[in-house]
Design a protein around this ligand. Sequence first.
Ligand code: 5GP
Length: 189
Amino acid sequence: MKLLKERILSDGAAFDDGTLIVDSFINHQMDPILMKSIAVEFVRRFANLPINKIITIEASGIAPAIMLGYLLELPVLFVKKRTPKTMASAYCSTVYSFTKECHYDVSVSKEYLQEGDRVLFVDDFLANGNAALGIKDLVEQANATLVGMGFIIEKSFQEGRRRLEEREIHVESLARIANLQNGQVTFVE
Ligand code: 5GP
C-alpha cells in the first residue's frame, strides 16, 4: 500500500532494536484519513471471504477494526488486556508482549465470541505473532473460525508471518518491512 509506505518513510522512526515508532499517525495520534484508506485496502483483500465479525485487541487495533467494521457493516469485537469484574464468563489466554517485554492476560466474553462466528482479526503490527496466536487460542476455545488476519505493518524480519502461516492462517499485511537497521526503513519487494 503505497500511501502507507510513504507515510512510514516520512513520519516513522526506526530503531536498531527492531522497533518502529509510528506514534504520530497510528499508535498515539491517529490519522483517520489514512486509517480509512487502510480499511479500504483490507476490504479489497478480505471482502470475498465469509466473515461475520471483526476481532481486534485493545488498544491500537481498535481504530483500523472499527473503520473496517463500518465499511463491511459488521460488528467489531475487541479483546481486553485484562478481565473486567463485570465480565461474567470469558475465554482467556496469555500473551507475551514484544514492546513491554512481559506476559499479559487477554480475555473476551463468551457472549460475543461464539461457535459459528467467522472472524477476521485486525491489528496494527505483526512482529513475533504472539498477540495473533493469543487471539487464535481464544477463537479456538469458542469453537469459532478464524478466517484471516490483517495487519497494518508487518516486521517481516521477525517470526510472526512464518508462525501464522505454519498454522495455515491467511495473513495480509499492508506494509511489509524487511529491515530497520541504521534508522532506515526498508520494505519487502
Ligand atoms: P507480536 O505479538 O506480533 O510479537 O507483536 C505485536 C504487538 O506488539 C502489536 O500489537 C504492537 O502493539 C506491538 N508491536 C510489536 N512491534 C512493534 C513496533 O515495532 N512498534 C510498535 N509501535 N508496536 C509494536
